[in-house]
Design a protein around this ligand. Structure first.
Ligand code: F6P
Length: 349
């Protein structure tokens, strides 16, 4: 029997509650552990703010979006922050034997530093962006892709009715997974991703060529982290002054679609409109796929703690759930598979 701490950090993501529920159910019913949930990511660990996780508190949460624990982008290793001693103080006070942090590159980056300093940690990878290495997919991604695809389907009919160019901005800070998947599924005419800096005049040329061939509307899907080759268009709002960053130093993205809308309309003369999907992609009910993946990750994480395997995270490889070293997952972001982008490109204007 062990006392295990659980936390969800970083941006929320559909499927987090499925992981929490799975850790708790298997942890209590099969292994006889006790579970403590820290509130709001690392903030709750540092402040010692927790809640009991048991059958009752995790009942009825499987289909719910968000996280019952709350989340934040608090970084214990921020300059002047409490670091490992701050985390250890709470774990010792609460009698915690091991920690299961559920999060993306930042939360797992903290987990890795703690693991390197001897804190028993098993991570669970989470991000709608699907940009964590070491795992084929993260939960939340499929739900985000479906939300984006549904939106593109709806924008398609209005673009068609008005003979407009519609620019749809989706999430994806370092990687264009959501853009490529939803672009392929939604039949986008142009997909712009962070991995491939683009040329605004080439985008306009594609749209013009399409219109010369008789089409009267176009759909452009752009990832928030995409940038123009000449830097003329980007989603950091850099032109508007200082770029806002979070506790992990990431720029707050959003707005490239607005710049593109203006440029496309100015250069082509085609009436253009943009839609930024933003956090709607992270909210609400997870798809069955993400509930199942989250459940499998949760079960594997609590099994790893029970077996005393630390410094790892759960991962999907093919159809199997495995344990991958945190080092491997955090070495570099998992960028878009070029073959996938080339498939999307087949259908560009
Ligand atoms: O969690 C990943 C992500 O959704 C990115 O796609 C996006 O850039 C970022 O989080 C937004 O973060 P926030 O919720 O802090 O606005």
């Amino acid at each position: 029997m062990a006392r295990i701490g659980l936390l969800t950090g970083g941006g929320d993501c559909p499927g987090l509650n499925a992981v929490i529920r799975a850790v708790v159910r298997k942890g209590i019913n099969v292994h006889g552990h006790e579970l403590v949930g820290y509130r709001y990511g690392w903030a709750g660990v540092l402040a010692g703010e927790s809640m009991v996780l048991d059958q009752r508190s995790t009942s009825g949460i499987l289909h719910r979006g968000g996280t019952i624990l709350g989340t934040s982008r608090t970084n214990p290793f921020k300059a002047g922050g409490p670091g490992t001693p701050g985390v250890r103080a709470t774990l010792e006070r609460d009698g915690i034997d091991a920690l299961i942090p559920i999060g993306g590159e930042d939360t797992l980056g903290v987990a890795k530093r703690l693991a390197d300093e001897g804190v028993p940690v098993v991570g669970v990878p989470k991000t709608i962006d699907n940009d964590l290495a070491g795992t084929d997919f993260t939960f939340g991604f499929q739900t985000a892709v479906q939300i984006a695809t549904d939106a593109i389907d709806r924008l398609h009919t209005t673009a068609e009715s008005h003979n407009r160019v519609i620019v749809v901005e989706v999430m994806g800070r370092h990687a264009g997974w959501i853009a490529a998947y939803s672009g392929i599924a939604g039949g986008a005419d142009v997909v712009l991703v962070p991995e491939r800096p683009f040329d605004v005049s080439e985008v306009c040329e594609r749209i013009q060529r399409r219109h010369r061939n008789g089409r009267t509307f176009s759909i452009v899907v752009v990832a928030e982290g995409a940038v123009a080759r000449d830097g003329a268009v980007s989603g950091t709002g850099a032109g508007a002054g200082e770029v806002a960053t979070d506790a992990f130093g990431h720029a707050r993205l959003g707005g490239i679609a607005l710049e593109l809308e203006r440029e496309i309309e100015r250069r082509t003369g085609f009436e253009s409109r943009m839609t930024i999907l933003g956090h709607v992609q992270r909210g609400g009910t997870p798809l069955a796929y993400d509930r199942v993946l989250g459940t499998r990750f949760g079960v594997a994480a609590v099994d790893a703690v029970t077996g005393g395997t630390y410094g790892v995270m759960t991962a999907l490889r093919g159809t199997e759930i495995v344990l991958a070293p945190l080092d491997e997952a955090l070495a570099a972001p998992k960028l878009l598979d070029p073959a996938l982008f080339e498939t999307a490109e087949v259908f560009f204007g």
